[in-house]
Design a protein around this ligand. Structure first.
Ligand code: ADP
Ligand code: MG
Length: 686
């Protein structure tokens, strides 16, 4: 039993327990529990001046109060001041409310005035007893985020206490506050908890008030500092230095020599960035971004070769079996003629084959291991892992990526890590939210690629599309047909694929048609892919399992059915399966009307551009950064006050400030993180 937790909870009142639930325990927590809105109780409106629809506070003497039963049971009261009378009506009420409204009592009521049948009234107003001596508050009344059973009054009291007790001194030095024109921390929190009535209320609600800007800056700064610390911690860790060799017979040089193409300028550039990182005695943590088809695999192969030249092993992990297999074949093609031993490990291998692969990896006989998540299972031990490569990194959870990193040899030595992604993240976002990663970008496609032409066709023109497939097959071109995404049900998605396959086979009797989906046994998947690759199939009907990495240059027509259901990133990935050879390729997006505004915008984008960065930019616009990045990756889960839609500029300032503070003021860093993070830092490090 967890004694700590048990003793933590004892002695707490039920209210305190509810506060814990909101994450409120120390004084700092309460100080940073900020209002979501305010009520203005500083003024009284004369009853005679109320207008329908007006939110107001009035004060008067109760003239009557009774429970009536028509049209239903309700409490009906009236109060009066010098200017008029106001009805108060409660459809649900406690006996205590009835008592509170005893005739002759002076009360304050807050609510929305409405014009009723018998004159002005408020339905369910908030009522407090007052006498002439009860002063009006001189500050706006905060309304806090809360949870069931925790009344505002309890929160207000606890927070007011905390504001007395907590240390509100500034964590930021004056030069920094001046540089960004930041309000002092104490001033900001006091203002937010108790704004004067003449404050620009709208700017509080919109969180554009300088007090809010300070809070958001602080929060983003804490996030940036914690990323910067993670990065610094990484520099303290050791990794085997794996410098490039200039020997002409090094594996790297022989590989460069035997490749059937020359590297593009961009590939060369990122290759030397990676080569330099690998030379260092600290673990590389680099994200390699490159549009679909930009040639990331060969860059990964060269990095692996550099590790192998240094007597270390490399591992490449891919999110799906199909993709892992493609990598495996390509790497075997490139590297086995150069006497590199490549092991293959996935979950679908027979136990014996799996044991053999694991044994090769453990003995060091395998220089390179390629596979799926199976690579990070516990029983797989590497003899000398120097570099771990993760393809399509965004498809893995943080834990899986870390697990591969932890497969290094010694307890105090970590492998270098290279992550690859075809989802380009706009520069500011990358800088701000992957501050602990170094980023390399391949911003150029291999030469000779003809941009894919994208056509938007309504489902009504399906027959035309089928005729087009017939024509393509007749001239020896190969075709993908991507089946609709069925969000709700994988089974239904599968069924749809099978049905589509049958229908197309029927409609195109002269074509050789194959079917590919996620539930096929691995061997069958491989067989289908092989047949398509060798040109033994004209048409491959597939689910989105082909989204990632599939590389068949002769395929030059793709049809995506129900394209309106797919996200931009996914459409771009899918479309990237064609346009890989010299032939002009076409991607047909079949859509079903009516289209939502967003779906229209997505399809239009696909029609207008093939540039992955531009698509990412528009995707970001359509979805907003939170969704775009995925909460887990970005640490957004921790952001309570800032939001990326509006605060990117503050995020950039915080990024810059974090770098300065790390260099100039380590004690500021600690103090600031202590206030803002308190134990939640690990979350971000991953
Ligand atoms: P991605 O970045 O999407 O993973 P790949 O690594 O699969 O792209 O490369 C796409 C295709 O381009 C592959 O067939 C690959 O062999 C080829 N390729 C890579 N680099 C070059 C190059 N410099 N010149 C010509 N073809 C290249
Ligand atoms: Mg790839």
């Amino acid at each position: 039993m967890d004694l700590q937790a048990a003793s933590d909870d004892t002695g707490l009142t039920p209210l305190q327990r509810k506060m814990r639930k909101l994450g409120l325990s120390g004084a700092d927590d309460f100080v940073l529990h900020l209002p979501i809105r305010y009520e203005d109780e500083t003024r009284l409106t004369p009853i005679g001046r109320l207008l329908p629809g007006m939110w107001a506070q009035v004060e008067g003497v109760v003239t009557r109060c009774e429970v009536t039963y028509r049209p239903r049971r309700q409490l009906v009261a009236a109060i009066q001041d010098d200017t008029g009378e106001l009805g108060l009506r409660f459809l649900n009420f406690y006996p205590s409310q009835q008592k509170q409204l005893a005739a002759g009592r002076r009360v304050r009521a807050r609510g929305e005035a409405r014009g009723g049948f018998f004159g002005m009234e408020m339905v369910h107003p908030r009522v407090t007893v007052a006498d002439e001596h009860t002063p009006l508050p001189d500050r706006l009344t905060p309304v806090y985020p809360t949870t069931e059973g925790l009344p505002q009054s309890a929160l207000r009291k606890a927070i007011a206490n905390a504001l007395e007790q907590a240390d509100l001194s500034d964590t930021l030095p004056a030069w920094l506050r001046e540089r960004y024109g930041l309000m002092a921390f104490e001033e900001a929190v006091r203002l937010l908890h108790a704004p004067p009535p003449d404050v620009a209320t709208q700017s509080l609600v919109d969180r554009a008030h300088p007090a809010w800007l300070r809070i958001k800056f602080d929060e983003l700064l804490a996030q940036q500092l914690s990323l910067a610390r993670a990065r610094a911690a990484r520099r303290e860790k050791r990794a085997p230095p794996l410098p490039p060799s200039d020997a002409p017979d090094s594996l790297v040089n022989r590989l460069l020599h035997t490749l059937p193409f020359a590297l593009t300028g961009a590939q060369q550039r990122v290759r030397s960035e990676i080569a330099a990182d690998l030379s260092k005695p600290h673990p590389m943590q680099r994200l390699l971004q490159g549009d679909v088809g930009s040639g990331k695999t060969v860059v990964a192969a060269l990095a692996a070769a550099q590790a192998i030249d240094n007597g270390y092993q490399a591992a490449l992990m891919a999110p799906t079996e199909i993709l892992a297999e493609q990598h495996f074949r390509k790497l075997v093609d490139w590297l086995e003629p150069l006497s590199v031993k490549v092991a293959w490990l996935t979950g679908s291998l027979a136990p014996k084959a799996r044991r053999e692969a694991a044994a090769m990896i453990e003995s060091g006989e395998a220089h390179l291991a390629v596979g799926t998540q199976a690579l990070i299972q516990q029983h797989v031990q590497f003899a000398r892992l120097g570099l771990s490569i993760v393809d399509e990194q965004h498809r893995f959870g943080v834990g899986q990526r870390l697990a591969l990193r932890n497969k290094g040899g010694g307890a105090d030595e970590f492998p270098h890590q290279l992550m690859m992604s075809a989802t380009p993240i706009p520069r500011t976002l990358a800088m701000t939210f992957f501050a602990d990663l170094d980023v390399s970008v391949i911003d150029e496609l291999p030469p000779g690629r003809v941009p894919v032409i994208t056509k938007l066709l309504s489902e009504a023109r399906r027959e035309e599309v089928i005729a087009r497939i017939r024509e393509a097959a007749r001239t020896g071109r190969q075709v993908y047909w991507v089946c609709p995404l069925v969000e709700e049900s994988e089974t239904l998605e599968l069924q749809t694929a099978v049905d589509t396959y049958e229908a197309l086979r029927h409609a195109l009797p002269e074509c050789r048609v194959g079917l590919m989906h996620g539930r096929l046994p691995a061997a069958e998947k491989a067989a289908v892919m092989d047949a398509f690759k060798r040109g033994e199939l004209d048409l491959l009907v597939a689910t989105t399992v082909i989204e990632v990495g599939v590389d068949v240059p002769n395929a030059s027509l793709m049809v995506i059915e129900h394209a309106e259901r797919f996200g931009l990133a996914q459409l771009h990935q899918l479309r990237g399966r064609v346009g890989r050879g010299a032939a002009e390729s076409v991607c047909v997006l079949l859509y079903q009307t009516p289209l939502s505004q967003v779906a229209k915008a997505r399809l239009r984008t696909m029609h207008e551009t093939t540039d992955g960065f531009e698509i990412a930019r528009r995707d970001l616009e359509l979805r907003g950064p939170g969704e775009f990045l995925g909460v887990r990756q970005s640490g957004l889960a921790l952001m309570r006050f800032a939001d990326l839609e509006n605060d990117l500029e503050i995020a950039e300032q915080a990024h810059e400030a974090a770098a300065d503070l790390m260099a100039r003021a380590p004690d500021v860093v600690s103090a600031h993180l202590a206030r803002w993070m308190r134990g939640r830092e690990d979350f971000l490090k991953a």
